[in-house]
Design a protein around this ligand. Structure first.
Ligand code: SF4
Ligand code: SF4
Length: 252
């Protein structure tokens, strides 16, 4: 894969060197989600990129553009606009793509970054690339439907609701084919993994190896922070000692 076309030099989440120099802002234009993670309470923002218990006010694409301009006028080091919820960026594609288009016309230099559970990646990979989006974060918690059915309660896909291993298998298949498709076309893919002790913790090295083979650029193992009101609310929060142990195991 040719990474030379990708501008890492200004994305604080993709380059440690610039993480203190540049900033990113999230625009909450994507209210809906198409899956149900057991650690999520949909009263709050998507947990894949935010803290539990945080609720964003939904913006229209036009209001998002105004907010971007307002913030950029005051914080000139903003280099990245992230669409990361409060639901899934691709489950709200019309609003996500319109927001990107409006801001791009106003500021052609800004980078865009999408966060998604990956279910709709095979459908939108081409449009993501055509819109000029060069950074995408996908949350991949496992590779097997047997583990996935413990994490995903249901999956809404093209007008039908899937449960159990069938739903989880669909998410996993689309995540993996979507990552590959983006990576071969030069998009920098970051993979987030929520480490859930007793469910996917021992499986994480396999996930990392697989997504690396598919062309993912960087990964981030995150602790389970059970949202109040979610099905996992009584599971223990994964401690940072365990997270760092797993990061060390996977660092190769
Ligand atoms: Fe919640 Fe999962 Fe959807 Fe994110 S992807 S909003 S954590 S259900
Ligand atoms: Fe960073 Fe992109 Fe994730 Fe936002 S969505 S936190 S900009 S990697």
């Amino acid at each position: 894969m040719d990474y030379t076309l990708i501008k890492y030099d200004r994305h604080p989440c993709f380059s440690f060197e610039v993480s203190h120099k540049y900033a990113r802002m999230h625009l909450p234009v994507a209210p809906h989600c198409n899956i149900s993670c057991n650690y999520c309470n949909r009263k709050f923002d998507c947990l894949h990129e935010s803290r539990p218990g945080v609720t964003s006010e939904i913006l229209s694409p036009e209001a998002a553009l105004q907010k971007y301009k307002f913030v950029k006028d005051r914080l000139s080091n903003i280099s990245v606009v992230g669409i990361a919820g409060p639901g899934d960026a691709l489950a709200n594609w019309e609003k996500t793509s319109l927001t990107v288009d409006l801001i791009k016309r106003s500021d052609p230099d800004v980078l865009f970054c999408l966060s998604t559970n990956g279910l709709m990646l095979p459908d939108y990979a081409r449009e993501i690339i055509d819109l000029g989006i060069r950074h995408v974060t996908v949350t991949v918690n496992c590779l097997s439907p047997e583990i996935g059915e413990q994490i995903y309660r249901f999956v809404d896909y093209k007008g039908k609701r899937y449960k159990g291993g069938e739903g989880a298998g669909l998410v996993i298949e689309n995540q993996l084919s979507g990552i590959k498709s983006l990576a071969v076309q030069g998009v920098a893919v970051k993979v987030n993994i929520v480490m859930i002790q007793g469910i996917n913790d021992n499986h994480i090295p396999e996930v990392i190896k697989k997504v690396k083979d598919l062309g993912a650029f960087i990964s981030n193992i995150m602790p389970l922070i059970p949202a109040p009101g979610s099905l996992f609310e009584n599971l223990p929060q994964t401690c940072m000692k365990e997270i760092n142990r797993m990061r060390n195991i996977c660092s190769g």
